[in-house]
Design a protein around this ligand. Structure first.
Ligand code: ATP
Length: 370
């Protein structure tokens, strides 16, 4: 029996998780779903959006399914705290970012496939899978402001252009480091190639910018060329991030698996999601070596929360990724086929698709197909 940590979170996260449960139950997955606390409510009441008891549940589970969480900028987060927590120096950090770092979930997998009959498709022949590095790059958390003296001295010791920045007053300069490690690069790129091999994609496209980001994108490129040698049947394509976004508008059907660093992946996966219907259609898997967290890529969507109108497809596809990861590929394929059939028929559609069905009605339609 699988032990799956169940993390609904905030807003429509809760609603789409309910939909996910309807479909997983219809698939008769032999699993125990262990509810765990995560989200804004726990930040406000306990000063921690990811309490230690939740981490204990995660540590004793095979994997986790997660809905969505609200996140707000630093000052708003502080103001939302229950009065007795304010002024205590608590800093809000996104629980999902913490989970990625805590469990070393370095691989973010984001398939974006156009299902036939989806009126929101940009084209009907799109089948893209983005592999985004999840723990490094510009989101590694190496951010400095004001500039500490030791860093200033280090900049001074270097030649231009680094030395020029050392002359700026500490408070007038903020610095973020883009961190790429050989290990992190090799892990994401190898996973991308393995996925391409398993699922029959003929190409893997590395999306970077080595002509400008010579060291960080340069390392990604060198590692990609090395890893590609182990996959002689898969072609490595290299594209600069700026050219790639243009390509994704011009001829997205030419591409399959894309692999990239954290920030670039964040940006292009929103674009690829939009090509196949928007946030309501985009699942994501955060994968480590022995643990994984699956989620739809959308947020808690306060504007539609509580109305039962959220599209559950992103969540159902996240469940499909989870099934695959658990080795339950047969159930995963059945889920995807049932979902594809409901979309193709077009009788049950949520509001984003121009219909009037609720989140649960859509899930029920998929469950009936199963
Ligand atoms: P958060 O602060 O939690 O990230 P947000 O509103 O900034 O929330 P999203 O939750 O991702 O960001 O929502 C962006 C927009 O997309 C909103 O207008 C929302 O209603 C819409 N949206 C997101 N997910 C869905 C969904 N599953 N079905 C329908 N619309 C959605």
């Amino acid at each position: 029996m699988y032990r799956i940590a169940w993390l609904p979170g905030d807003g429509i996260g809760r609603e789409v998780m309910e939909a996910g449960r309807v479909v997983l139950d219809a698939l008769k997955l032999d699993a125990e779903y262990v509810p765990a606390d995560i989200g804004w409510e726990f930040w406000r009441q306990e000063g921690d959006a990811l309490p230690p008891r939740t981490i204990d549940i995660l540590k004793s589970s095979h994997c986790a399914l997660f809905g969505a969480i609200t996140s707000k900028p630093k000052e708003e987060a502080e103001a939302d705290l229950a009065p007795h927590w304010r002024g205590k120096g608590l800093v809000y950090r996104s629980p999902i970012v913490r989970l990625r770092q805590m469990f070393d979930l370095g691989v973010n997998l984001r398939p974006c496939k156009a299902y036939r009959g989806n009126p929101l498709n940009y084209r009907d022949d799109i089948d893209l899978v983005v592999f985004r590095e999840n723990t490094e790059g510009l989101y590694a958390g190496v951010e400095l402001h004001p500039l500490p003296d030791d860093v200033r001295r280090a900049l001074e010791a270097h030649s231009a252009p680094m030395r020029a920045f050392a002359a700026i007053a500490s408070d007038d300069i903020a610095l973020t480091a883009r961190v790429i490690t050989r290990r992190g690069a090799a892990r994401i790129i190898r996973r991308a190639f393995e996925y391409a091999q398993k699922h029959g994609y003929p190409t893997v496209t590395l999306v970077e910018k080595p002509n400008v980001l010579r060291e960080t994108s340069g390392l990604m490129t060198r590692v990609a060329r090395q890893v590609a040698l182990d996959f002689p049947h898969i072609e490595l394509w290299e594209r600069n991030i700026d050219a790639m976004v243009a390509e994704l508008v011009k001829q997205p059907q030419q591409y399959g698996v894309l692999v990239t660093s954290n920030l670039f992946g964040d940006v292009i996966s929103d674009l690829t999601a939009q090509l196949v219907g928007g946030l309501g259609f985009a699942p994501s898997g955060n994968l480590g070596d022995s643990f994984a967290v699956f989620e739809p890529t959308h947020g808690s969507a306060p504007d539609i929360a509580g109305k039962g109108v959220a599209n559950p497809v992103g969540m159902l596809l996240a469940a499909r990724l989870m099934l695959d990861w658990l080795g339950e590929s047969e159930r995963g394929t059945r889920l995807e086929n049932a979902l594809a059939a409901v979309i193709a028929e077009g009788r049950v559609r949520t509001r984003d698709l121009g219909g009037g069905a609720t989140t649960l009605e859509m899930a029920d339609a998929v469950a009936r197909k199963l």
